[in-house]
Structures are given as C-alpha cells and as structure tokens.
Design a protein around this ligand. Sequence first.
Ligand code: ZN
Length: 274
Amino acid sequence: MLTTLNEILPQARKEKRAVAAFNVANYECALAVIRAAEGERLPVIMQLFQRMFRSEKGGDLAGTLLRLAHRCSMPVVLQLDHGAEAWQIREALAAGMSSVMLDGSMKPYEENVSLTSYAVRTAHMVGASCEGEIGHVAMGDDNALTSVEDAVRFYSDTKVDALAISVGTVHGFYKAAPKIDVARCRAIAEALGGVPLVLHGGSGTPPADIVALIENGISKINIATEFMDTFLKSTQRNLEALSGGFKAVDLFNDPVVDDCAAYAAKLLRFFARK
Ligand SMILES: [Zn+2]
C-alpha cells in the first residue's frame, strides 16, 4: 500500500529501528525491493533520484513504482531523492510520488529554508510528506557535519517531516573507514524530540555504527550505491555465465532480481533490528 513517511517513521523512531530507503532506477530493482518487503513483512521506501525527472525516466518509472506499491501488502513510500528545484517537487508529486526530499544543504541557509518550506507546503497540500537536509553529506571530502543549533533552527523554520543530518557518512563507496559521530547524532536527536532523522550515504557504513545511530535517532537509512552495485555485479555474473548465448531479457533478469531482493531483505531486517 502506498503511504508517507509520517505513517512509518515516527513509530520506527519510537521503537529504535530504521526503515531502509533504496534508490531504484529500473523495474527489476523496484520489483526486488517489493519482494523483500513482502518477504520480511516490513515497510520500505523506494526513491527516484532527481536527475531522472530531467527526462521521461522519472514519470515513467513513477508509474511502475505506483503499481508495485499499490499491490504490496506492506507500507511503501515513494520518494523523490535530493530534489534540487521547486519544479522537481511539483513534477514528482504530479507523477504520484507520496513523498519528496528537498536538498538545499549546499545553498545558503535562507535559501535552503525557503525552498524546503515550499516543498513542505506543496507536499502537505496533496497529502505527501517532505524530507529536508541541514549540514551536508557529500559525495567526497567536502562533508559539513550538522550542528545541534543548525538542526534545531532549521527544523523550527521548515517543520520538515524527516530531517537528513550529516554525522560522518558520505555518498558513494568509502575510500577510507568513515568516522561516525554518534554523540553528535544523539545530541541532535535529544534537541529535536521525536523528529525522525535520516542517514544518507548508508552504503558500506560499518554495522556497529549503523546500530549506534539507529539507537540515537536515525529512523531512515538511504542505500543507493551498494544496491545498484549488487544489480551490476549480478548482471555481470549472469552475462558471463551466458557466454555469448541468448536469453529473453526478462528471464535473464530473474536471477538478478533474486540477488537484489536478497540484498534488500538483509538490510531491511538489519535496520529493523530483527
Ligand atoms: Zn543522499
């Protein structure tokens, strides 16, 4: 069933567990996520990266994702990931997504607040939810850790439904072991009461750090790189096994979907502390 962050994250936060948010870019990965959620009897979040809304990919995939969400017996949130501009918020909501993220974390504070507030208002108008980000989770080295003061001020200025914070993770694969600042996460969580906190750059973060962060306020964990890498590696293995032969593409993809579903199930379970 299609749902919003507000129907799954506050409860997860209370119970000290997190919901996995997988970035998907094709039908096979989306199918894998839905199978994993059904199999584990757990809610899940599927995300489309904002770039996809710069072409027909976003709307086309949103249609597929909606169908999958409606036929799933577990709660499914469909979220725009890293929305950068107002039109992307409108486009994603018009395509049926039940949640949006507005990422203004690289912009000056006032601009971040004004864009994020617009996204919150627009999302709420159509019964959707909205995530914002303060501090910056980078792709490489220009990480800006979130301060408690900024988190409190940004939340009171925007009233986002979930807040992405920067506590040491980065997007993409790690080049060196990350230094995760659990104490910072705990301080932000205490200052913000029950607001669900979001961890970006979850891929490859050491399990012990993940558990500590979940116990200290993180209730949504984004996984893009490792999930997509699972798809690529599995495709490569199966292509090599085919060794130049032919197979109908849907049949070729079946074992790839199985591999992706197994990966997603493992993380869903782990984040749910099962
Ligand atoms: Zn992210």
